[in-house]
Design a binder for this molecule. Structure first.
Ligand code: CMP
Length: 140
């Protein structure tokens, strides 16, 4: 089933200069890019995005990390894209991520883990609309 997901190339990966390499993996992986935006989040914007994690001990630190520099937000489309993008990202903790995954190759810690992907259709709907207006998404 064709679906959409929100992907983020996080501030650590943008700062390291590996956003292009990650985009290349996205293109080579057969994902269709519908939207892209470089954005430097405020603490409030990061906190709203990660609101589901508000009770977690790492919430404050995660939100601060997400404000350390610009991130690249993307909308990807394709069959089973939510699962396929999460597979390409690898496990949240790069130490546990499989060889060949983005987090294994580019993440430096469980927090500074290079990329984000929506974890369900419900999350994707919230997250895509959090970053993008309907007119910023280019149907293909
Ligand atoms: P992400 O896939 O964006 O979803 C939530 C984020 O919280 C996750 O990637 C990490 O950046 C961060 N995170 C998850 N678990 C931890 C943890 N144990 N300690 C610090 N940060 C975490």
């Amino acid at each position: 089933m064709t679906e959409r997901t929100l992907a983020i190339i996080k501030p650590d990966a943008v700062a390291k200069g590996v956003a292009g390499q990650i985009l290349s993996r996205i293109e080579q992986g057969g994902f269709t890019l519908l939207a892209a935006k470089l954005i430097h989040l405020s603490h409030e914007q990061a906190a709203g995005f990660y609101i589901v994690h508000r009770e977690r001990p790492f919430y404050g630190s995660l939100c601060s990390f997400m404000t350390t520099g610009p991130c690249l937000a993307l909308v990807l489309e394709g069959d089973d894209v939510i699962r396929r993008w999460r597979d390409l990202m690898g496990a949240t903790d790069p130490a546990k991520a499989a060889p060949g995954t983005i987090r294994r190759d580019f993440a430096s810690s469980i927090e500074s883990n290079a990329v984000h992907g929506s974890d369900s259709a419900e999350s994707a709907a919230f997250e895509v609309s959090y970053f993008f207006a309907a007119l910023e998404i280019c149907p293909r």
